[in-house]
Design a protein around this ligand. Structure first.
Ligand code: FMN
Length: 222
């Protein structure tokens, strides 16, 4: 059996009609991108465009992809403000809000930031790079939620993002002037996508979810 990764990269995308999809996966609702393994074969299906629209929040979550090619077009201020506001509204432990976000727009600083992120230079093509910083002694989990809010807001407004966790913290701190005792959670480029990546495969639900105790199967259906 070919691994899912290999099939997705060689076939790119296989579209099945929704009724066929439902026959194959009776527990799934319409509108889902499906990447699944069944009976020793890999199946990839993208539901057709006539599907009923889902709840908009879920649709945004389903739509998000890691984008690694960007157009250089600027982001209108009102969109950027909404993305930042979504971050500001994120929950944090005891509402401490011990995070700060650096909005990097200077091309030279962007280039140096991308270098500090394992030379992922494509990041610097985006008009904005966001860097999520935590204040001293704050756990990084709160910052993660903040950045996720920004990323989902960006997706809902039509922008691409990509979590960037591969970076040299000392170098990023030096480039962005972040004090040494602060933490860096993650970064993301933010801009219009110049590619439309296919959905990346996910493990089957049975491997991920458990009922009541670790290891016990959850009766799960969508
Ligand atoms: C914490 C974290 C760190 C990541 N770091 C990087 C990174 O440094 N570079 C990169 O290209 N992608 C990075 N990614 C993106 C993952 O590769 C991507 O989310 C995963 O392959 C699933 O693809 P999708 O986001 O399109 O669903 C990171 C994702 C997460 C959540």
């Amino acid at each position: 059996m070919l691994p899912v990764e290999e099939i997705t990269s060689s076939l790119r995308r296989v579209s099945l009609r929704t009724d066929m999809l439902i026959q194959l996966f009776p527990n799934r609702r319409r509108g889902f991108d499906v990447v699944a393994e069944a009976k020793g074969r890999c199946l990839i299906a993208v539901s057709n465009e006539e599907d009923e629209p889902m709840n908009e929040t879920l649709e945004t979550m389903w739509k998000r992809r890691s984008v690694r090619k960007y157009k250089t077009d600027a982001i209108p201020e009102e969109h950027l403000s909404l993305i930042l506001e979504a971050a500001r509204r994120a929950p944090t432990g005891a509402n401490r809000q011990s995070w700060r976000m650096i909005v990097v727009r200077d091309p030279d600083v962007q280039r140096k930031t991308a270098e500090a992120c394992s030379n992922q230079m494509w990041m610097a093509d985006a008009p904005v790079i966001l860097c999520l910083v935590t204040l001293p002694d704050e756990r990084r989990v709160s910052g993660t939620i903040v950045l996720d809010h920004a990323i989902l807001a960006a997706t809902s407004l039509g922008y691409g993002t990509c979590w960037i966790g591969s970076f040299d913290a000392d170098k990023v701190k030096e480039v962005l002037g972040i004090p040494n005792d602060h933490g860096i959670v993650c970064l993301t480029p933010l801009g219009l996508a110049a590619e439309q990546p296919d959905p990346r495969p996910r493990k089957p639900p049975a491997e991920l979810f458990m009922a009541d105790h670790f290891g016990s199967e959850l009766d799960y259906s969508l």
